[in-house]
Design a protein around this ligand. Structure first.
Ligand code: NAD
Length: 498
């Protein structure tokens, strides 16, 4: 008699590993009411634009229009800056402990409304709900809590007694972490006594407009935070405005360069957080399984739409085969699809334009002779999608080794000695971040001293903490956000008139 089999072997391995997953969709209704059209938030009120041009924001996973919003005119920007200027006198005169109360209140409301914000962000941006729920929104709240704590301790921040705010801050942010970039800009600005006009990116305005509601809910005095929507034209009007004292920009290097030129000779203080092409460096003594997790997190987190993404893997030649085999096995388990499904690892590419940029650069990688590999995975029929992609046989001169792809695409290079790793890692115009995987502490310090990057992670990657400064080197920009250093961008530390 045949022996009874208690555990049935599956006939075929389901995609994504031994076990298949039942869909676990989050409800779009949790995002709350999305209006059909939005104006700006100026002086504590939602107001219409002075112009008639409207833009549309679409859900990149479905291509459905979520809402229309205003293309901010020069006049709109002028009104917003005037509202911020008017509010500045009272806001900057408040004791730090009073400003802190508002920031703590905002942080707590963000926590209370976390699910709503996470779903709205996933719908507007395309990123997986697992990330907005577990990373973006908790980080946003943490940033407000952290800078709330600084508001009454500025005398002890190392910038002399009674450091003064700058005035009105004009802030322009990108689409890859919409609410998180807003928090990185607004929390330190308010804690230090500045007022702000912020322009969100044109493909992701919705969570900034929802944040405006949160400012009202927190009872924030009118005009302390103003949100003006629109594309680069609105951004340029804001950064050029003569009554703005401080410009904070996060976005691409070409636009950062244009803003630096625009502001040259003015008295405005400028901080720039720009692009990157980080090296994630794996030595032969690294714990390979952990390193593979770090490589995956480094480049596939947020669809690779991360300025500090580990988009160049530098692997020591002796472990190349082992690392690449393990990496391919791991990549085959990544689940690409509906951002609102809690099982999804890789969501939608933010826009058709970004998908076209990724496609163009990866085609160039193949044309220049690199070997392309992606796991088998089915992509949804509508929306903007890109398979997780690996390029081997990459030379330093290839465009995919030099240019920021800003998508789920990893270029693999090899090295033999630590010196060669440093030389290759630094062979880029950028210098935002880097990762080092090795069990030797001395080697981590040796590498960190030589890598031209604002942030160096050791045996981890893409770790963000409000207490830690973040920022660039070379063409990745200047100025720091986060930590005590992040206060300096919003304080008059040179005791000059602004
Ligand atoms: P982008 O530079 O095209 O746009 C960023 C923002 O600038 C948007 O709000 C846009 O409307 C605005 N803008 C465009 N032209 C402008 C102008 N002339 N004057 C003023 N504002 C203008 O970049 P993007 O495509 O939205 O974002 C992707 C880029 O941002 C990537 O290069 C990425 O590396 C970078 N980024 C950097 C960081 C960082 O912290 N260093 C963080 C996120 C994104």
């Amino acid at each position: 008699m045949a022996k009874k089999k208690y555990i049935e072997e599956p006939a075929a391995k389901p995609a994504g590993g031994l076990f298949s997953y039942a869909p676990a969709p989050e409800s779009p209704a949790a995002a709350g009411d999305i209006a059909t059209s939005y104006g700006h938030f100026i002086g504590g009120q939602f107001v219409d634009s002075s112009g008639s041009e409207a833009l549309k924001t679409v859900n990149p996973a479905t291509e459905q229009v979520l809402a229309e919003f205003a293309q901010g005119t020069d006049e709109d920007v002028d009104r917003a800056v005037a509202a911020a200027r008017k509010a500045f006198a009272d806001w900057s005169a408040l004791p730090g402990s009073e400003r802190a109360k508002y920031l703590f209140r905002i942080a707590r409301i963000i926590q209370e409304r976390a699910r709503e914000l996470a779903v709205l962000e996933s719908m507007d941006n395309g990123k997986p709900i697992r990330e907005t729920r577990d990373f973006d929104i908790p980080t946003v709240a943490a940033w407000f809590f952290y800078y709330a704590g600084w508001a009454d301790k500025l005398d002890y921040a190392g910038f002399g007694a009674n450091p003064r705010p700058l005035g009105v801050a004009g802030q322009v942010i990108p689409w890859n972490f919409p609410l998180m970039m807003l928090a990185w800009k607004i929390a330190p600005a308010l804690a230090t006594g500045n007022t702000v006009v912020l322009k969100p990116a044109e493909t992701t305005p919705l969570t900034a407009l929802r944040f405006a509601e949160i400012c009202r809910q927190a009872g924030l005095p009118k005009g302390v935070v103003n949100i003006v929507t629109g594309d680069g034209r609105t951004g340029a009007a804001l950064t050029a405005h003569p009554d703005v004292n401080k410009v904070a920009f996060t976005g691409s290097t070409p636009v950062g360069r244009a803003i630096a030129k625009q502001l040259a000779g003015s008295r405005k203080k400028l901080s720039l957080e720009l692009g990157g092409k980080a090296a994630n460096i794996v030595f032969d003594d690294a714990p390979i399984d952990q390193a593979v997790e770090g490589i995956v997190n480094g480049i596939f987190f947020n669809q690779g739409h991360v300025c500090c993404a580990g988009s160049r893997l530098l692997v020591q030649e002796s472990v190349q085969d082992e690392v690449l085999d393990a990496l391919k096995r791991r990549m085959a388990t990544l689940r690409v699809g509906d951002p609102l499904d809690k099982n999804t690892d890789i969501g939608a590419i933010n826009s058709a334009a970004q998908l076209a940029r990724i496609t163009e650069l990866t085609d160039a990688g193949e044309a220049e002779g690199a070997d392309r590999w992606s796991p088998e995975c089915e992509l949804p029929g509508t929306g903007f999608w890109f398979k997780p992609t690996l390029f081997t046989g990459v030379s330093q001169a290839h465009r995919i080794a030099q240019e920021e792809i800003f998508g789920p695409v990893l270029s693999v290079l090899t090295f033999r000695t630590p010196e060669e790793a440093v030389q290759k890692a630094n062979n880029t115009p950028y210098g935002l971040s880097a990762g080092v995987w090795t069990e030797k502490g001395s080697r981590i310090l040796w590498m960190a001293n030589r890598l031209k990057a604002g942030v160096v992670w050791a045996n981890t990657f893409n770790k963000f903490d409000p207490t830690s400064p973040f920022g660039g080197y070379k063409e990745s920009g200047y100025g720091r956000e986060g930590g005590r250093h992040g206060l300096e961008s919003y304080l008059n530390v040179e005791a000059r008139d602004v």
